[in-house]
Each structure stands twice: as C-alpha cells, then as structure tokens.
Design a protein around this ligand. Structure first.
Ligand code: CTP
Ligand code: MG
Length: 395
C-alpha cells in the first residue's frame, strides 16, 4: 500500500467528516461547506498533513466518498498513498468505527479528529502524539472553561458548578490502538467522543493543551468565526450587487384635456387615455424601479381603487415610488427611459423632461425619444409607448 520511499507510519489519523451538519444548516454536509476557496474538509486535512506523518483515513458521507478522495489526494500530494476514504455511519461513533476498520495493521497509535475542527493547528497533533509516545494510552486536548458554568433544570439554575475542575474537550484525541480497538469492540452505548468511550471501558484519559483555533464549526456563527480567522469577509459584509428592472407602458390617444407626458404638460397636443394622466413615460419608470427592487408593479401600489391617483401627474407617482423602494432598503441608481411617439416632438424639451423626472424620483433619469417610421400604433399616432430600465442598489 505505502510508497517505497515512505516508512509505514506508526500513527493513523481518522478524520470524521460524515455528519450532515444539521445545526449549520448550509444545505450540504458540513465538511463540504466552503470556508474560503477551500472546504472545511480541505482545511482540516491541511492541518493533518502539516502534522507528523500518519496514515490518514477520511470518513465521509456515503455519497461523498469520491469528493472526499479528491480533496484528500490533492492535499496529500506525493503522500497520496497514505490516504484512504471510507463511508461513515448514522452516528459519529459508527463513523469512527468504520474508520478504525481501515487502519493498517502496523499502526500503534490512532488519533480521531473532527473535520469540523478545521483550523486545529498541527502543534496540537504533535502534542497528542508526543504524549502517546511517552506512554499514555489515551490523550485528550483540552481548553480551560472560561465562562462561569451553571447546572440548570429547565430554565431555573439548580447549582453553580466550580469551573476550576472543568475542561472543554477538543480533538484530535489519541489512543494506543489496542485500547481504542478494544473499547470500540465492547461499546454498548453511544458516546459523544472517543475519550468518553475509552474512559467508560476503564482507561485513564490524560490531557494536553488544546488550542482556541481548534473550536468546532457547529453553527453559522462558528462559520463566520472560522472565515474571519482566515481573513475572509463575512458574507454580510460583501456588498449585494445592484439590481436591474424593466418597465413598459402604452397609452392610447383620446383622453380628456391636454397631454401630459414625461412629467410635462404639452399645450395643444391631444391627451392620452388613462386612469391618471396617461403619462406612459412616468408609468414605465415606476414599473422599472419597482421591478428592480422586487416590489411588484404599478398595479400593486397604484391601483385604480386609489382615488388619490385619479388624474395624478408624474411627480406624485415618482415620489411615492421613491419612498417605497427607500423603505425596502434600496437607493435608486439611475433610470433610462425611451418614448416611442409620433407626437409630441421631444427634442426641444428632452432635457426639461429629464430635469422634472429626475427631481421627482430623486435619481438621474435619462430620456430619449424615437419615432417608428410610421409603423405600428406609435407610428400612426394612435398611441404612445415607453420603455424604461432602472438600477437600484441595496443598502
Ligand atoms: N460525524 C460523522 N458521522 C456522523 C456524525 C458526525 O463523521 N454520523 C462527524 C462530523 O462530520 C464532524 C464530527 O463528527 O466532523 C463532529 O460532529 P458534529 O459537529 O455534530 O457534526 P454534524 O453531526 O455534521 O453536525 P450536526 O450535529 O449539527 O448535524
Ligand atoms: Mg452531530
């Protein structure tokens, strides 16, 4: 199995990575969640391979054995012969048992390590191995408990616990191989870690100092902590990208009074038909901005059942739209709107329209206009169409 160049190691590290990561809730097994460019498992293996040489057995979810093998071989480089991957079980203890089956016969000491303790420094491995070599049968890295600890019954404190004789257990936990094999062979109950199992079988467990960086990634806050240690900006600090929206509107010629279009009154031009003033340009802008913010469309907020918008002009629509998107947490970047109409002639008042619409919306609005060479309803002058695109920026 092993390469000719490498002596058969006396140490094996079982990296248990077969859990589903329910508490993390990342939608995939915890070991395969990305920390930076690399997964939790990759980071755990980087620590393992930076520690004294060992056979490495990765225990992965049954449907991730191939992925785990790729990760492990990549990290192992020219030590890839030392690596194997087996499928885990329903509990951590079953997963460790599956890993133990794959440990080579010549191995004297077995370390069991949680992949979820992805940032454990190699020095912790070295300390555990040194303690085993000094003759200890079972070795546990621990951290002092810094919080004041209470025993509680429901939501009532039943007693204070003296923390001076408490320690927080970490991994890798190291064992003389025969001791661990025997404890697993005799295991009657499920234990949360291997030190507890071995101790229940009557073996004394010795401690060595653990390391703050060996914390177990369990919850989303732990994931943020691990990413911060790696210098990755927390997801919430990464600015959300701008969002784009589109809106169109059409109104037929044939309303009462004078034309209102692009926020301007056009004396002498025939009015457009509509519940409000029929300003297709303003309405297309409203739809685009609301769509960009994911707030529905003009009908959602300015229904015909709202009498205050009967006969209302662009200013009222745009000011209300601005308030809606601001409330929803967006700033408006800009809007570009194009009107297709035979009449009125826009060129002389284009910049005036931009000024009025921009002031009402509180963001730059560019207006362009075109005719359609006599084609279609805008070409014959039966109606007016407008097309708008808006960008909003999440704050
Ligand atoms: N583990 C395992 N097999 C299991 C359960 C857990 O190999 N059936 C491993 C996990 O992959 C992890 C370590 O044991 O590296 C510690 O377990 P834990 O932090 O509880 O991980 P999960 O069980 O994946 O998480 P959760 O309990 O939130 O579902
Ligand atoms: Mg678990």
């Amino acid at each position: 199995m092993t390469s000719d160049l490498l002596p058969v190691p006396r140490v094996a590290v079982i990296v248990v990575a077969a859990g589903s990561g329910q508490r993390l809730g990342a939608g995939r097994p915890k070991a395969f969640v990305g920390l930076d460019a690399h997964t939790v498992l990759r980071h755990a293996l980087l620590g393992v391979f930076a520690a004294p040489p060992a056979q490495v057995v990765v225990v992965a979810p049954a449907d991730r054995v191939g992925d785990a093998l790729t990760e492990a071989r990549t990290v192992a480089g020219d030590r890839r012969d030392l690596v194997s991957v087996v499928a885990g079980g329903a509990t951590r203890q079953e997963s460790v048992a599956a890993g133990l089956e794959a440990v080579w016969p010549d191995v004297d000491w077995v370390l069991v390590h949680d992949a979820a303790r992805a940032l454990t420094p190699p020095a912790v491995f070295a300390r555990v191995i040194a303690a085993l070599e000094s003759g200890k049968d079972a070795v546990l890295p621990v951290l002092p408990v810094v919080d004041t600890v209470k025993r509680v019954a429901g939501d009532v404190v039943s007693e204070a616990v003296d923390r001076s004789d408490l320690a927080a257990a970490q991994t890798p936990q190291g064992f003389r191989r025969a001791v661990l094999d025997a404890a697993y062979a005799a295991a009657a109950a499920d234990h949360t870690d291997d030190a507890a199992l071995v101790q229940s079988a009557g073996t004394a467990v010795w401690t060595v100092p653990g390391d703050e960086r060996g914390f177990k990634i369990t919850t989303p806050a732990d994931l943020d902590r691990a990413r911060a240690l790696l210098g990755v900006a927390p997801v919430s600090a990464v600015p959300a990208p701008p969002r784009v929206g589109i809106g169109t509107d059409v109104h037929a010629v044939g309303g009462e009074g004078e034309l209102w279009l692009a926020g301007l009154q056009w004396p002498g031009e025939p009015a457009l038909h509509g519940h409000s003033d029929g300003d297709a340009v303003a309405h297309a802008i409203v739809d685009a901005v609301l769509a960009a913010a994911g707030l529905g469309d003009i009908g959602t907020h300015f229904g015909t059942d709202q009498p205050e918008y009967a006969g209302a002009h662009a200013e009222a629509f745009l000011a209300r739209t601005r308030a809606l998107v601001t409330e929803a947490g967006f700033a408006i970047g800009n809007v570009s709107v194009q009107v297709q109409a035979r009449n009125p002639r826009f060129a002389p008042r284009r910049t005036e329209a931009e000024r009025v619409l921009s002031a009402a919306l509180g963001a730059p609005v560019s207006v362009s206009a075109t005719t359609t060479d006599g084609l279609g309803f805008t070409g014959t002058g039966e109606g007016v169409a407008a097309f708008a695109v808006a960008v909003v920026i999440p704050r």
